[in-house]
Design a protein around this ligand. Sequence first.
Ligand SMILES: Nc1ncnc2c1ncn2[C@@H]1O[C@H](COP(=O)(O)OP(=O)(O)O)[C@@H](O)[C@H]1O
Ligand SMILES: [Mg+2]
Length: 328
Amino acid sequence: MLGLWKTWKALEAKGIMGINRRNADYVLKYNKRHLYPIVDDKIITKERAIEAGIHVPEMYGVISTEKEIDKLHEIIGGRTDFVIKPAQGAGGDGILVIADRFEERYKTVSGKIISHEEIEHQISSILTGLYSLGGHRDRALIEYRVTPDQIFKSISYEGVPDIRIIVLKGYPVMAMLRLPTRQSGGKANLHQGAIGVGVDLATGVTLSGTWLNNKIKKHPDTTNAVDGVQLPNWHGFMKLAAGCYELCGLGYIGVDMVLDQEKGPLILELNARPGLNIQIANDCGLTHRAHAVEARLAELEAKGVQEDAEERVRFTQELFGHAHPAER
Ligand SMILES: Nc1ncnc2c1ncn2[C@@H]1O[C@H](COP(=O)(O)OP(=O)(O)O)[C@@H](O)[C@H]1O
Ligand SMILES: [Mg+2]
C-alpha cells in the first residue's frame, strides 16, 4: 500500500491529472451540458466548423434510417475511397476506412476485402446505436478519406495520424501526435493500439512516445524514431485548435486534427472528455499548465481584457514550450 501511495505522490508532484480531477475541475466546470451535442455529434461539429470557415473532411452524405441505406450507392457514386463513421461514436469504434474498390467489392485501409452487403450491415449497426455514446440511436456519416501528408510516411504505418491538442478556455495546453500501427487498423486512437507522441508546443517538434502504456522511441512497425520530427505548419495547428473554443463554446476540449496531402490542416472532431494519456506521451502533467492558464484568465479578467487566438497561442508557447526552461 505504501508503495502505491508513494507512486501516486510522485505522479502528483509532476502535476499528473487524474480522471476525478479532470471530471470535477475541468469537464464539469467548463463544459456546459447544453453545448455537448456540438462535439458529441460529428455531423453537428462539421456544420459548425463550416459556418466558422474552418476546414473539415467533406461530407458526402448522411444515413439516418434503415430505409435510407439504399441511398449508399448514390452517396458513394463513382468514388473509390471514403469513410463511414457513427456520428456519435468514440475511440475509433465502428469506423470503416475504405481505401479502394476491388472488382465488385471494397478494400479497407488495412487490406481487408468487404462486400457492399457487409458495409450495409455495418451502417445498420451504427443506426441501432451499437457505437454511440450511451447506446442511443445514431446516424452514419459518409465522408472524404484523408490522405496523410508525405511527412508522416517514415513514422507511420498505414492510415491517418492525427494531432490532438488539449484546449482550456481557448488556450492550447498540451499536444500529441497519434500514429496508427498495424494493430490499430489505420486508426489513430490509443485504445485501438495507436502510438501517442508528445509534441513541443513551441516548435512542433515531436518528443518520445507511449504505446500500450509503455514508453517508446521507435515506431514498432517501421522501427523509425518517432522523436525529433518537425511537424509542418505547427503554428497553423495551434491557432486552429485555439479557435475551436469560439467554435463550440466548451471550455475544456481535445481537438483532433489531420494534415491532408491536398487540403492541408482539417479538423476531424472535438472531444468533451479528452483522455489523460497525453500526459504520459509528454512526460508532463496537465495540472500545472491548467493552473497557469486559469491564473492568466483571472489576471486578464481583473483588467477587463480578453486575448484572441493568436495571443493565447503565444502565451502557452512561451510558457509550456519544452525549449523554454520555465517548466523543466
Ligand atoms: N475521413 C477520414 N479519413 C481517414 N481516416 C480517418 C477519417 N476519419 C477518421 N479516420 C481515422 O479514424 C480515427 C478516429 O476518427 P475520429 O473521427 O476521431 O472518431 P473517434 O471519435 O472514434 O475517435 C482518426 O484518428 C483517423 O485515424
Ligand atoms: Mg478521435
